[in-house]
Ligand binder design. Structure first.
Ligand code: PLP
Length: 366
């Protein structure tokens, strides 16, 4: 069998991992109650508080991918018949609404066109009409469109209406500011395989005291695996066995967070801005138009219209992968076949990768 080319991961995730993170992954595992493991998880939790911009005590590396984080965060605060407002401006907003419905909530949705952002006025109107809403939720960085949702106004509205505010930061955490405490976000989940620079399999989550109190007051039980109270008893004293945490993924996350600390969070955000700017400039030179309004584009993932001259966009992606080892993403849902999604996240966010991609695209498109 032919050895596949090493991959340059410029899709919507996962992103590439650094040699240091890869080395950490290959260390020998240790047990789930080993005191060294709790030294590692305590360090991870402290560093996650820094990237989330929070002092929240309950900030943990939940086992599972970003979807586990999504399920877990809704499941702890939502009980059947609760009213939940979900703002939808892309594919992942729809997933939030679906999960919330499955929990038996009464879901009110406010939608924006894919490629646009949610308007606070529309959310205010829906909140005024709905009566008591327990939770307002939306996606910060919509991976399906490359669009960043401003959060400040929505956070304020949620607070004014006595609702918790839950935000998906899967494609933003570690690559751009996520200011949980300053904005008043009560609950957030992310994933490690994007801007954090670790493999997939861990979902960092953070929970405010307000949200914790709502969890404590609920009557219906929470799905066992995701119950915050049981998870707290594992990560904090008395360290009661809950499940066998994946030590190697935690080593890798610890190493990735150390790299973030060494680079400096603000320098890292600036690198993501610089590399995504270079990407847009390079693709513009090839006549490839960026999707969405300039002021709303993410520094972590950008969407581009597939040029009219391309009959089969999947062939272009297949050739990039086969001939050059470069992965980019296609469109999701209603944007399938219409856009390409190019991530410049974590260790993948380098000028070298962008220049490789633009040179490869130039060849493939000719
Ligand atoms: N939310 C957003 C915004 C995402 O982009 C993704 C994955 O790309 C998820 C949730 C789900 O994460 P995972 O695929 O790690 O389960």
């Amino acid at each position: 069998m032919q050895t596949p080319l090493p991959r340059v991961l410029l899709g919507p995730g996962p992103s590439s991992i650094s040699p240091k993170v890869q080395e950490a992954l290959s260390r020998a595992p240790i047990g789930y109650l080993d005191p060294e493991l709790f030294e590692i998880t305590d360090r991870i939790r402290a560093r996650l508080r820094t990237v989330f911009g929070t002092q929240n005590a309950f900030t943990i590396p939940l086992t599972g991918t970003g979807m586990a984080g999504m399920e877990c965060c809704f499941a702890n605060v939502i009980e059947p018949a609760d009213k939940v407002l979900v703002g939808i401006h892309g594919f992942f907003g729809h997933r939030m609404a679906e999960i919330t419905r499955r929990l038996g909530a009464e879901v009110i949705t406010v939608e924006a066109e894919w490629g646009e952002v949610l308007e606070p006025a529309a959310i205010a109107k829906a909140l005024d009409a709905a009566g008591k809403v327990k939770l307002v939720a939306c996606v910060h960085a919509e991976t399906s469109t490359g669009i960043c949702q401003p959060l400040e106004e929505i956070a304020k509205l949620a607070r004014e209406h006595g609702a918790l505010f839950l935000v998906d930061t899967v494609t933003s955490l570690g690559g751009m500011p996520v200011e949980v405490d300053r904005l008043g976000i009560d609950i957030s989940y992310s994933a490690t395989q994007k801007c954090i620079g670790a493999p997939s399999g861990i979902s960092p989550i953070t929970v405010s005291e307000r949200a914790w109190a709502v969890r404590q007051q609920r009557r219906a039980p929470v799905e066992w695996y995701f119950d915050w109270v049981l998870l707290k008893d594992y990560y904090d004293a008395p360290h009661t066995y809950h499940h066998t945490v994946p030590a190697n993924l935690l080593y890798a996350l610890d190493a990735a967070l150390e790299e973030i600390e060494e680079e400096g969070l603000e320098d890292r955000w600036r690198r993501h801005v610089a590399v995504s700017t270079l990407l847009r400039e390079q693709l513009k030179e090839l006549g490839i138009k960026a999707f969405g309004r300039a002021e709303h584009r993410l520094p972590t993932l950008n969407a581009f219209y597939v040029p009219d001259a391309v009959d089969n966009e999947a062939n272009v992606r297949a050739r990039l992968l086969q001939d050059y080892g470069i992965e980019i993403g296609g469109g999701l849902g209603k944007l399938k076949g219409k856009i390409w999604r190019i991530g410049t996240m974590g260790s993948s966010a380098t000028p070298r990768n962008v220049l490789l991609l633009s040179a490869a695209l130039r060849t493939v498109l000719n």
